[in-house]
Design a protein around this ligand. Structure first.
Ligand code: SAM
Ligand code: DTB
Ligand code: SF4
Length: 385
């Protein structure tokens, strides 16, 4: 067969104008080897998630030609998820600023002058009011953030937060917290209170991490993730791109996440929001192509995770965000504020969902196993697109 095609190519060239013959030659010698993105996506679809990725394997997926990577991210996404569904999460900073840590990207560190006023823990009424509003606006997950290194030694505040978790879970929403490092016992108490997920990002690769944070280690972060996992709470862990890291560091981050004993249920991909006054205040903005590469690679190597198009989304146009959803993102932060910085306009997000045919994802409480989309559902979705 190959010989016949080769012969056909040769005889075609012999009767064509030289310029067309050149084009035909280029066509017949087009690279035929499948990219790593294609090969790994097909393997993922055939064999399911794996935790034994080598770093070069993930690097090869990441380095695949961009449109091929995007296409195969989309392929895995459609195979594993209901591709029209996008989870909407609302963030609330329940304890803002004055943080002891030196995370170079963070406007909430007390070491940098960003003009942010430190505040005490928000009271119950204000938090529940914000959760109610988020629910009414269509969010199904409410995530409370505190500018703390850790929760140890904050018994009163921690008990108050347990109360908030119980109440918000009682409102029928998924609840997430990001409170810094936690101990095993605190993770268990959060679980008992009804916490769905705990967010604790690795931020970047192990090698690049000391350039960004010196006040706690990569292993400290992994330890918190282990406490969360052992307590039976979903893990939300990802990172930030645009910190000045090399592409190898982005791959390093994904490699650490994809080789955890179980993949995180959520992987937020943040593009640095460069805040004046922080050491990274003058970083150049992340380009959409970098975001797509990161999202599609995450989708292929951690197929079941919710991949969240997180901070930095405000800078991307609707068509740019559409490419991110196509590549495999299926979660966003909704609402006009992240923790302390601006997020996308609510009406603009509503319009985007309508135009792109996206539908909000219903909450899931983990007691029921999320079914993989049946073929019929996938084709129904395809038909209605
Ligand atoms: N203090 C807790 C901690 O560090 O785990 C919780 C809050 S902290 C603000 C949560 C995450 O937000 C960080 O790990 C980081 O990934 C992300 N983040 C903070 N500032 C950011 C920025 N300027 N741009 C993008 N992501 C940012
Ligand atoms: C995550 O990965 N991104 C969110 C959430 N988890 C807590 C935080 C983004 C913060 C962006 C800067 C700010 O608004 O302060
Ligand atoms: Fe503090 Fe978290 Fe900001 Fe680091 S990222 S300075 S720990 S609030």
């Amino acid at each position: 067969m190959a010989m016949m095609l080769l012969a056909a190519g040769r005889s075609l060239r012999s009767i064509l104008h030289p310029r067309l013959a050149g084009a035909a030659a280029a066509f017949s010698s087009a690279p035929s080897a499948a990219s790593a993105a294609a090969a790994e996506a097909e393997r993922t679809i055939r064999e399911g998630p794996r935790n034994d990725w080598s770093r070069p394997e993930i690097q090869a997926v990441y380095d695949s030609p961009l449109l091929d990577l995007l296409f195969h991210g989309a392929q895995v996404h459609r195979h594993v998820h209901r591709f029209r569904e996008v989870q909407q999460c609302t963030l609330l900073s329940i304890k803002t600023g004055g943080c002891s840590e030196d995370c170079s990207y963070c406007p909430q560190s007390s070491r940098y002058d960003t003009g942010l006023k430190a505040q005490k823990l928000m009271n119950k009424d204000a938090v529940l009011e914000a959760a109610k509003k988020a629910k009414e606006a269509g969010s199904t997950r409410f995530c409370m953030g505190a500018a703390w290194r850790e929760t140890i030694g904050r018994k009163t505040n921690f008990n108050q937060i347990l109360e908030y978790v119980k109440e918000i879970r009682g409102m029928g929403m998924e609840v997430c917290c990001t409170l810094g490092m936690i101990e095993k016992q605190q993770a268990e108490e959060l679980k008992k209170a009804g916490l769905t997920a705990y967010n604790h990002n690795l931020d970047t690769s192990r090698e690049y991490y000391p350039n960004i944070i010196t006040t706690r280690s990569y292993d400290d972060r992994l330890q918190t993730l282990q406490h969360v996992r052992e307590a039976g709470i979903s893990i939300c862990s990802g990172g930030i791109i645009g910190l000045g890291e090399a592409e190898e560091d982005r791959v390093g981050l994904l490699h650490t996440l994809a080789t955890l004993p179980a993949h995180p249920e959520s992987v937020p991909i943040n593009a640095l929001v460069a805040v004046k006054g922080t050491p990274l205040g003058d970083q150049k903005p992340v380009e959409i192509w970098e975001m797509i590469r990161m999202i599609a690679t995450a989708r292929i190597v951690m197929p079941k995770a919710m991949v969240r198009l997180s901070a930095g989304r405000v800078r991307f146009s609707m068509p740019e965000q559409a490419l991110c959803f196509l590549a495999g993102a299926n979660s966003i932060f909704a609402g006009e504020k992240l923790l302390t910085t601006a997020n996308n306009d609510f009406d603009a997000d509503q319009a985007m969902f309508k135009i792109l045919g996206l539908i909000p994802k219903a909450p899931s409480f983990g007691d029921e196993e999320a079914p993989a989309p049946a073929d019929t559902e996938r084709s129904e979705q395809a038909a209605s697109m």
